[in-house]
Design a protein around this ligand. Structure first.
Ligand code: FMN
Length: 183
């Protein structure tokens, strides 16, 4: 199996982490992988806020994982949280959503996030995407400028679990050569 395929197979959402801190150099390598991601019109709307300070992390978790979002509380035990911010004032975003109805920046953010996640996997780190968080409350806690939207959070750390792989649809349900799926 190619290195890429085995990396893709190795990646798993990790929700339990060792308390061991993550070396800054490793996080920088993940950021570098994200930096290389493609984006619509090369707009690079991403800004990644890496949070590894206990007090700031607590403040973020209290805001992000409150109320309905308590189920995401496990992420408070991750040694690092990455807050993925998207710049909204980029012209490609505006034109794209206005004319085509496509939020290009969300596509860009996702691609860069997966670059980050895959590099982390290669380095022996565990990650989990977090889309379920209190965005309003987190915005307030961070005093975030209106220029930004919080696209997602990533939990990052050395894994303390090795969950079994989750099932995927078979290839013939997701890939189509010269035919259009009915449903
Ligand atoms: C955009 C996105 C948002 C997600 N949000 C959450 C989340 O809020 N909480 C969580 O525990 N997992 C979250 N996940 C992880 C998915 O549940 C997970 O990727 C999926 O179940 C497949 O499992 P695997 O990553 O181990 O292959 C998210 C994944 C993606 C891609």
């Amino acid at each position: 199996m190619s290195e890429l395929m085995s990396l893709l197979r190795k990646r798993r959402s990790i929700r339990r982490f060792a308390s061991r801190p993550v070396e800054r150099e490793l996080i920088e390598e993940c950021l570098e992988a994200a930096r290389l991601a493609p984006s619509a019109e090369n707009s690079q709307p991403w800004r990644f806020v890496v949070v590894d300070e206990t007090e700031l992390k607590k403040r973020i978790c209290n805001a992000a994982f409150s109320g309905l979002y308590r189920v995401s509380r496990w992420a408070a035990d991750a040694p690092v949280l990455v807050v993925a911010l998207a710049r909204l004032d980029i012209i490609t975003n505006r034109v794209g959503s206005l004319i085509q109805g496509t939020q290009y920046y969300l596509l860009d953010m996702a691609i860069a996030g997966e670059h980050f996640v895959l590099k982390a996997t290669e380095l022996g780190l565990g990650t989990c995407w977090i889309g379920w968080f209190n965005s309003r409350s987190l915005r307030r806690a961070l005093k975030l400028s209106r220029r930004f939207r919080i696209a997602y959070l990533l939990a990052l750390g050395y894994p303390a679990e090795s969950p079994p792989s989750r099932s995927r649809k078979p290839l013939d349900e997701i890939g189509f050569f010269n035919t259009i799926p009915k449903d």
